[in-house]
Design a protein around this ligand. Structure first.
Ligand SMILES: [Zn+2]
Length: 219
C-alpha cells in the first residue's frame, strides 16, 4: 500500500467507565439533546461555530437539533433527553504552518459501558490538524480554522453516531466508516447516508425524534 492510498482511522476505543447515567425526559415537550464540550486548550470561535454548523448539517436529515453546552466553566445543568460529553484533546487552532506529518492513529474515540456505547467521547485536535494540514497549507489563515472546524465536526458526528445509535458498527462508506481520508474531512460536502440516518432514527433518539415530530411547536 502506498502512502497515497493510506486512509486514516476514526477508531472507537472501548473502555469501561464506572457508573452510568439515566436519560431524563421532560413531560409533554421534548427536552433538548445536549452536547457538552470541554477543550483542553484554547480554540478559536470561528472554529467552534464551523464545527457546530457541520454537525447540525450532517444531522439535519433526521431532524436532530443539538443544544451545545460547555463544561469548561460550569457543571452539567438543565434537562436533557439525551446527551453526549466530548473532550477535545490538544490544540484546536490552525495557527502553525509546519506540523509533524502523521499517517495513522485515532482521530476520535468513544467508550463502552456495560455493553453499550457510553455518552463520552474524545476528539484529538492535534492529530486531526496534523492529518488535514497538507490539504489546507494554501488556504488563508482564517479559512484554515474554518476548515479544521469542519473536519472536527465530521469526526465528532462520527462519534455521536456511535453514541446515539448505541452501535459499534462501522460501514464501508459514509459517516459510519472506520477510515476517513483527509479529503473526507475537508471536502465541501458531506452527506448522511440513508442507512446511517435510519440507524440513528432507531437508536437512543427514537423517542426524542418521534416526540419532536408530534409537538413541532415545542421549544
Ligand atoms: Zn467509529
Amino acid at each position: 500500500m502506498t502512502l497515497r492510498t493510506l486512509q486514516w482511522a476514526v477508531f472507537l476505543t472501548f473502555c469501561t467507565l464506572p457508573g452510568s447515567g439515566e436519560p431524563m425526559t421532560a413531560g409533554a415537550c421534548t427536552a433538548p439533546v445536549s452536547v457538552y464540550t470541554h477543550f483542553e486548550q484554547a480554540y478559536s470561535e470561528p472554529l467552534l461555530e464551523n464545527m457546530k454548523e457541520e454537525v447540525r448539517s450532517i444531522m439535519a436529515p433526521i431532524g436532530l437539533e443539538l443544544q451545545w453546552r460547555t463544561l469548561d466553566a460550569h457543571a452539567p445543568t438543565g434537562l436533557s433527553s439525551e446527551l453526549a460529553v466530548v473532550s477535545f484533546k490538544g490544540k484546536c487552532r490552525m495557527d502553525d504552518l509546519l506540523l509533524p506529518s502523521v499517517n495513522s492513529g485515532n482521530l476520535g474515540w468513544s467508550y463502552a459501558l456495560e455493553g453499550h456505547v457510553s455518552p463520552f467521547s474524545d476528539v484529538d485536535c492535534d492529530r486531526v490538524r496534523q492529518f488535514i494540514n497538507p490539504s489546507v497549507l494554501h488556504a488563508k489563515w482564517v479559512d484554515r480554522d474554518a476548515i479544521l472546524g469542519r473536519a472536527l465536526g465530521r469526526v465528532l458526528a462520527h462519534e455521536l453516531y456511535h453514541i446515539f445509535a448505541d452501535s459499534k458498527r462501522h460501514a464501508r462508506v459514509g459517516l459510519a466508516k472506520a477510515f476517513f481520508s483527509p479529503r473526507d474531512l475537508v471536502s465541501d460536502h458531506f452527506t448522511l447516508e440513508e442507512r446511517d440516518a435510519e440507524t440513528l432514527r432507531n437508536g437512543k433518539l427514537h423517542g426524542v425524534l418521534e416526540q419532536a415530530a408530534s409537538f413541532p411547536s415545542c421549544p
